[in-house]
Design a protein around this ligand. Sequence first.
Ligand SMILES: Cc1cc2nc3c(=O)[nH]c(=O)nc-3n(C[C@H](O)[C@H](O)[C@H](O)COP(=O)(O)OP(=O)(O)OC[C@H]3O[C@@H](n4cnc5c(N)ncnc54)[C@H](O)[C@@H]3O)c2cc1C
Length: 192
Amino acid sequence: MATDPASDRVRVRRHAERGSYDRQTVDEILDDGFVCHLGFAVDGQPYVIPTLYARVGDVVYLHGSPGSRMLQALTSGSQLCMTVTHVDGIVLAKSVFHHSVNYRSAVVLGKGRRVEGDEKLAALHAVVEHVAPGRWDTARRPNAKELSSTEVVALALDECSAKVRTGGPKDAAADEDIDVPTGVVPVRLVRG
Ligand SMILES: Cc1cc2nc3c(=O)[nH]c(=O)nc-3n(C[C@H](O)[C@H](O)[C@H](O)COP(=O)(O)OP(=O)(O)OC[C@H]3O[C@@H](n4cnc5c(N)ncnc54)[C@H](O)[C@@H]3O)c2cc1C
């Protein structure tokens, strides 16, 4: 289990005790979601764009139109930042200052790699099955035209961090006697 960050830029500094760099923790957070936010800069302007993903082994696959600015940034060799966030609870404290959320989040830094050939089809299979399990074998698969109009990019999990908050409110001792309900309101994302 890796206990040190792969690089200084993924070292969790604020609430370092909530940080983790072991791949099992990062993988579980990634596998629990299918929407990420991708950060990249174009001409000095940062953009953070939501998009789908799937993890396969040591990479995350992303896809989209070759005409999309996001996909162009992904294949341009520029630095990327991908985040995945799960909110597990709203933490209600005695003071508004100590309100918080319980969460699991992952950050991945790196450069994209354009994916082609057999790996491209495998990546699309992974994304479809991750988001809508069972659909690859039931819905029509992509034809040559659709494949050529879809860009697929791999982002390696070489530099990543996880951050996790659990538990109840951390109230100040001076607020102990304030008569207001406290606790954690659980939050879940469910398929209907
Ligand atoms: C749902 C949610 C709500 C949050 N709300 C707030 C809020 O309202 N205000 C606030 O200040 N913070 C909030 N946080 C925490 C926030 O994500 C940052 O961790 C925190 O603000 C410290 O930022 P920083 O740039 O100083 O991090 P630093 O600790 O300096 O970041 C250094 C490195 O640590 C890693 N890292 C930092 N944060 C995370 C993370 N969340 N997950 C995985 N890796 C991480 C990254 O690799 C980053 O490059 C929230 C987090 C979540 C998941």
